[in-house]
Unconditional design. Structure first.
Ligand SMILES: C[S@@+](CC[C@H](N)C(=O)[O-])C[C@H]1O[C@@H](n2cnc3c(N)ncnc32)[C@H](O)[C@@H]1O
Length: 190
């Protein structure tokens, strides 16, 4: 019964996001401005764009010559990402994956992680942190509870992950308003 529920929830994410991406016109949003703060810290490569969607941040990184891994559960999102990369003859290694299945995965090695507009579970964050090399960076940017017209279930609680890892790993933690949207932004260094 529990297994059935977990499978059904995961399928629901995939179906929901495939539908959203299939309704979008064939243009890509611009990357997050916080990505520049992350890149200025010279993250170890390759950078994993975790829950990359259709790749607006992956593409920004690839344009700067950064080797990118792009993981997401949405086949349509990844097809769009591959299309946008092909338009600029840029390379990306994408993987369709449900993050509920992370524990079973022997992943391709990554040096740092970028997460935007996706609220990972603590288990997922710990899995990523565990796989990071020494000095690897892990950045998380997503809506906080001040964001209106957005389901609070998918928004960060105040200080939600401040104590997840040893405090000295947290090298940046701030609330920021980008394009009228309220975000919290974390960067950890392993
Ligand atoms: C709001 S989009 C953000 C996309 C991208 N990071 C960005 O900022 O443009 C959230 C992404 O999370 C992915 N996602 C949601 N649940 C997931 C899961 N269980 N496993 C893998 N990806 C998931 C969706 O497919 C979607 O692409």
């Amino acid at each position: 019964m529990l297994c059935y529920l977990i499978c059904a929830m995961s399928d629901a994410d995939k179906i929901k996001w495939d539908l959203k991406f299939s309704k979008k016109d064939l243009t890509l949003g611009v990357g997050d401005s916080a990505l520049n703060d992350f890149l200025s810290l010279k993250p170890i490569k390759p950078v994993l764009d975790f829950a990359c969607g259709d790749g607006r941040n992956s593409l920004e990184m690839a344009r700067k010559g950064i080797d990118v891994l792009a993981w997401d559960c949405s086949r349509i999102g990844l097809q769009r990402l591959e299309y946008f990369f092909s338009l600029e003859q840029l390379e990306v290694r994408s993987l369709m994956l449900d993050f509920d299945d992370l524990p079973d995965l022997e992943p391709e090695k990554f040096g740092s992680v970028w997460i935007s507009h996706f609220l990972p579970s603590e288990i997922q964050l710990r899995w990523l942190f565990d796989k990071l090399p020494q000095d690897g960076l892990l950045a998380l940017l997503t809506f906080n509870q001040l964001q209106i017209n957005f389901n609070p279930r998918f928004c960060l609680e105040k200080d939600q992950f401040v104590e997840t890892f040893d405090f000295h790993h947290l090298i940046k933690y701030e609330s920021r308003i980008d394009k009228n949207s309220h975000h919290d932004f974390y960067i950890w260094k392993k």
